[in-house]
Design a protein around this ligand. Structure first.
Ligand code: HEC
Length: 162
């Protein structure tokens, strides 16, 4: 049958030709197996989200951020990185994170899949991380950080918050 023979070729072309051929109205989406799409992974957006969502209160990147949780610099990530592994690591750390977020942020951070995708892109992008500075941190988040660093005795980075 013609149809069953041509189908695998179409799938192959889609897989290797990149996003422009794959889907014109959603150029940044990449089709994966079985009807799954990878969302846009935008490291610049991720840089903003990492600060705005409050990850930075506990995790540092480029020496900016709290010291209550593991540093998330690209150099500590697998290369190439499986993005789902990052999510799985968050899941493994979930219990400790939720408890600490309730304590320090007054609630648990809400994330949708697109936001997480961009945060993961940022976490893996050393170039974008080099741009990360105190200026990325909104005031309300910075306020939460101020009182946390007081009770951390083994601060080993030289960041200062006013
Ligand atoms: C209130 C503090 C806090 C905030 C805010 C926070 N985390 Fe965490 N996170 C932790 C702690 C504590 C751990 C360590 C858990 C452990 O060691 O079991 C952790 C673990 C992780 C891990 C696993 C690290 C590893 O080495 O395996 C990842 C990944 C992670 N967090 C990502 C994030 C992201 C992304 C955000 C923002 C959306 C975020 N965290 C916000 C406290 C926080």
């Amino acid at each position: 049958m013609i149809l069953t023979k041509s189908l695998p070729i179409a799938v192959l072309v889609t897989a290797f030709a990149g996003p422009s051929l794959a889907d014109s109205h959603n150029a940044h989406m990449e089709m994966m197996a079985s009807g799954l799409m990878m969302p846009e992974m935008n490291a610049a957006k991720g840089r903003r989200l990492f600060a705005e969502k409050g990850c930075v209160v506990c995790h540092s990147i480029n020496g900016v951020g709290g010291t209550d949780a593991p540093m998330l610099d690209a150099q500590f990530m697998a290369n190439p990185m499986n993005p789902f592994e990052f999510a799985a690591r968050m899941w493994r750390g979930a219990e400790a994170m939720v408890e600490l977020q309730r304590d320090e942020l007054g609630g648990v951070i809400e994330l949708n899949g697109k936001e997480l995708a961009s945060i993961i892109a940022f976490v893996h992008d050393a170039e974008e991380q080099a741009r990360f500075s105190e200026d990325d941190i909104p005031e309300d988040i910075e306020a939460m950080m101020g009182h946390m660093e007081d009770d951390d005795p083994h601060e080993d980075t030289d960041e200062q918050h006013n």
